[in-house]
Design a protein around this ligand. Structure first.
Ligand code: ZN
Ligand code: ZN
Length: 219
């Protein structure tokens, strides 16, 4: 699993004059924070030292905490980043979206693949089949895995189809229809309602240009 640390940059300082020294340094020093799970965080400091913070236990492996017993700048930094939404709270970890580089906070034991809000698919969304380039419309997003869903027509699981050989079997399946020819002058053509089942990772959500632009200007 690809986990993601917060960028090693100083944070904006709220009214710096009133902060004591450790608190000021917790904000202003470049540190990166990586959530390891189990409430543990790995801090890479400005001087390239690596420390471990146990947030709920209020402990850190740095000398300032170990020898002086103080709430050091690393513990403070983890707390600040969680409050700011830059680092996941205990119980969650930051992972990289399957389809882009965005960080996503997920439960520690959440199964892969993980998707950011933009790449999460819902019924009605347009997706592209990576194998054929075809566009489809999502009708159902299941929690069942591709290696567990058996198709009646052939008796094979979704994962066993040759066309799905490039995709892991332990991902959820998605039902989708081809949006063309859904309605004839006489009404809906039943054949056009056939739902095809894909491993989730074979489909990529179509994100409109407008929402993509909005994302890049917001970043
Ligand atoms: Zn420390
Ligand atoms: Zn994404």
């Amino acid at each position: 699993m690809k986990t993601k640390a917060s960028p090693k940059t100083p944070l904006p300082v709220p009214s710096a004059d009133h902060l004591e020294e450790r608190s000021r340094r917790a904000h202003t020093e470049p540190m990166s924070v990586l959530a390891l799970g189990d409430g543990l965080y790995e801090i890479e400091s400005a001087s390239d030292h690596t420390y471990l913070v146990d947030l709920e236990g209020g402990r850190c492996t740095c000398p300032d905490h170990v020898f002086r017993g103080v709430r050091c700048k690393h513990i403070r930094r983890v707390a600040i980043e969680i409050t700011d939404g830059r680092t996941p709270p205990p119980g969650k970890i930051a992972v990289v979206c399957h389809d882009c580089d965005d960080a996503v906070f997920v439960e520690e034991d959440a199964p892969e693949p993980h998707y950011c809000d933009d790449h999460t698919i819902w019924p009605g969304d347009r997706v592209v089949d990576r194998e054929t380039g075809d566009r489809l419309t999502v009708v159902d997003v299941s929690e069942l895995r591709a290696d567990a869903v058996r198709l009646e027509a052939t008796g094979r699981t979704v994962a066993e189809y040759e066309t799905n050989a490039n995709y892991d079997g332990d991902v959820p399946v998605v039902g989708a229809i081809y949006p063309h020819a859904t309605v004839a002058p006489s009404g809906v053509v039943p054949e056009s309602l056939k739902v095809y089942v894909f491993p989730r990772t074979r489909l990529e959500k179509v994100i409109s240009r407008r929402s993509r632009r909005k994302r890049s200007t917001a970043a």
